[in-house]
Design a protein around this ligand. Structure first.
Ligand SMILES: [Zn+2]
Ligand SMILES: [Zn+2]
Length: 248
């Protein structure tokens, strides 16, 4: 879509990054914890699937994965739209960590293409942990096969969302990724370009973008943006004064 140019983070103790090493340690810890708990959860689900393998189980699995794909795409758009339109980088707790990255993405869409795997993806691994850890420890997979499959698929889609978004801004992507983009199975550069084009008021979903046309048709984005602006009126005025209200 665009060329990878600009500032490349310096090489430091834990890779290429330009933020505090303590943040980098949290990011690595989140990815390792996700792989550990996710592996245990996935193995338990796979054994349950094999133990009760029949047509009904396959149908339940396919429906759960499809619903998860659509839910993850919608969730990506909801979080993205709220972070683009509500509050500011000065909002407590989420301002610096989440809102800033979405606002700065509009100032410099290629910045994420200069980040390595950890920098681009660790936040999504982190936000899954409050769900992944309890379901791994306590969910009865045999008793709730649809819910278990839905959750593992949903978290699988969530943790690849930022990588998919990065690929939509990357000039050269691997052949299989280009194939997935061309078949609309992941966000394509052409589809996502609409979000980065004035008036910047649609196409917020960034996993596959499959839910964007429906949400645009029912007027979901203008309604959500009006709600965000009404709720975050004070935050927006503060952000506008600081020159960070939209980040575009
Ligand atoms: Zn945006
Ligand atoms: Zn983008």
């Amino acid at each position: 879509m665009m060329q990878t140019i600009g500032h490349v983070p310096p090489t430091r103790l834990l890779g290429r990054y330009s933020y505090p090493t303590s943040h980098r340690v949290i990011e690595f810890s989140a990815v390792i914890a996700f792989i550990g708990f996710g592996g245990v959860f996935a193995v338990g689900l796979a054994s349950s699937f094999i133990g009760s393998f029949d047509g009904a189980t396959v149908a339940v699995t396919m429906v759960a994965v499809l619903v998860a794909a659509l839910a993850a795409d919608f969730a990506s758009g909801l979080v993205h739209a709220v972070c683009d339109n509500l509050g500011s980088v000065h909002t407590p707790v989420v301002g610096q960590k989440f809102i800033r990255s979405f606002r700065e993405h509009h100032s410099d869409p290629l910045d994420m293409t200069r980040g390595d795997f950890i920098r681009v993806n660790a936040d999504n691994f982190l936000i899954c942990l409050p769900i992944l850890i309890p379901v791994t420890l306590w969910l009865d997979v045999d008793g709730h096969p649809f819910l278990a499959t839905f959750l593992v698929a949903m978290m699988g889609f969530v943790v690849v969302t930022n990588q998919i978004h990065k690929w939509a801004h990357t000039a050269e992507v691997p052949g299989p990724v280009r194939w997935l983009q061309a078949h609309r199975l992941v966000l394509s550069p052409e589809h996502h370009r609409v979000h980065h084009t004035p008036p910047y008021d649609s196409h917020y979903c960034i996993t596959s973008g499959l839910t964007n046309p429906f949400l645009t048709r029912i007027g979901f984005w203008p309604a959500l943006m009006r709600l965000c602006h009404r709720v975050g009126r004070i935050g927006h005025h503060e952000a506008a004064a600081a020159g960070t209200s939209s980040g575009r």
